[in-house]
Design a protein around this ligand. Sequence first.
Ligand SMILES: Nc1ncnc2c1ncn2[C@@H]1O[C@H](COP(=O)(O)OP(=O)(O)O)[C@@H](O)[C@H]1O
Ligand SMILES: [Mg+2]
Length: 241
Amino acid sequence: MTAIIEARGLSAGYGKVVIVRDLDLSIEPGEIVALLGPNGAGKTTTLMTLAGALTPLGGDVELFGRPTTAPLHKRVQSGLGVIGEERTVLMGLTVAENLRVCRSDTARALELFPELEAHLHRKVGLLSGGQQQMLALARVLSRNPSVILADELSLGLAPVIVKRLLQALRAAADTGVGVLLVEQHVREALAIADRVYVLQRGRVVLSGQAAEIADRVGDLQASYFAADAEHDPIESDEVTA
Ligand SMILES: Nc1ncnc2c1ncn2[C@@H]1O[C@H](COP(=O)(O)OP(=O)(O)O)[C@@H](O)[C@H]1O
Ligand SMILES: [Mg+2]
């Protein structure tokens, strides 16, 4: 199957500072690909480069099978949905206004998250963090994207909300949407993902099927997901061929 979005030999970073090196990563229709790794590993840098918000320092990003240098807003027009690390909703506007300004289908958004209906005319700044993220996800999903890049969607939220948000992404993937999921909730991410890449210091140190990596998550937790960046670099360890 053709990947919806793909990084080929991608290097990414800021100015002359290379953060992510030689990354090969693809997302196919209908799959959730989890991008995991400790703080500072380069997950956000990767996601923003795939989104077109950062210019690659080397290699290519391909969208729908063709190399692209299009800026973020063009990629969004062609079917990319992005939920960045910063809360992407407009706090001073109401829920309804938030949906309107990004031309979301309000009925569809409420179908996905009926929880938002009672708050349609409230300012988003007055909602809970979970409701704000439901809105962020509803805005993206109700525009029928081909692929969604989600960065720490569930940061700081209660477990029940984390589950709700991740299940909404799984449901979208089951209709054919490709999803890149950057998550700190490793077990929850592995439970809904199809494939996984683990980044450490800007390199993929582990990749494979989510189910296989989930079986090993106990051993992997300390070496791959710890926030401690003092560990020696770990050699690449391909779980599946
Ligand atoms: N705007 C920036 N300018 C320079 N360096 C940055 C910038 N943003 C992030 N970095 C650096 O890039 C590295 C990776 O950051 P990031 O991609 O945010 O990691 P992650 O999302 O995995 O926590 C960090 O060392 C961080 O300090
Ligand atoms: Mg990040």
